[in-house]
Design a protein around this ligand. Sequence first.
Ligand SMILES: [Zn+2]
Length: 303
Amino acid sequence: MSFESEMAGYWVFVGFIGLVWMYWWLIKLLKKKVRRTQSANQAATPAPAMLSEAELERYSRHIILKEIGGAGQKKLKEAKVLVVGVGGLGAPALQYLAAAGCGTIGLIDEDVVEHSNLQRQVIHMDKHLGMPKVFSAQTLLQEQNPFISLRPYHRRFDHTCAPLIEEYDLILDCSDNSQTRYLLNQLCFDYQKPLIGAALSSWEGQISCFHLEENAPCYECIFPKAIQTGSSQAGEEFSCSQIGIASPITGVLGSMMALEAVKIIVGVGAPLSSQMLIYNGLHGTVLQVKTKKDAACSSCAAL
Ligand SMILES: [Zn+2]
């Protein structure tokens, strides 16, 4: 082979290597560009809630339910629920919301744990006597589920709490007085936030959901203020301390509230909108009554 042909072969080889290198460099450049675009997109839109391996295992019995699945569990993780009242209804409602994986839970109550609470408010322990209920509940809930975020508000619920209603996706009325119930109903109507309400009496409890549909009744449609005030002399209310209450009835209704919350957050089943379910524990009866919007309601009627 002549020297010229050897040199020609050498330059063909060098040219080939050069082409391969250029091709590799071009691919690398393109990949870098794609990665940069992806991270820019991720920064522009909030990342959907991701479930860790531990959470997938923890919520596996939810995830295998066809009505919830992984998508529903992520909705629960993203949900922000405010529970007003950490007593008989609030205790079981909070425990099941936390166990179910509700991502952010606000709890508001001005009271401290007393001896007479422990017969039914199962979220509070004997060692927590004298402690504000919101902190006592926070301790137990965080131990139950370290994957959720808890926001305790040690204060009375009043009209200055309106920004809280705006902040949360769903509200549970676990209060024990009509003043708070009417205020919650009005604020949830104003901010168009779903409200789950329940009430207890001795052996009986009732539950309903409000502000889920435009033509469904609100709390005041069913319990007009004038009638409530007229039937309870000087605004006096019957409370657990006056008429007593069977301990487990709080668990039944509080758990029902948590169940309605899960249904509303995930978007499955038929929430108790325009329906009131009344459970009598003494006789083991369940009554479901249809409720109607009051055209003259001072809370939700069209102006
Ligand atoms: Zn109304």
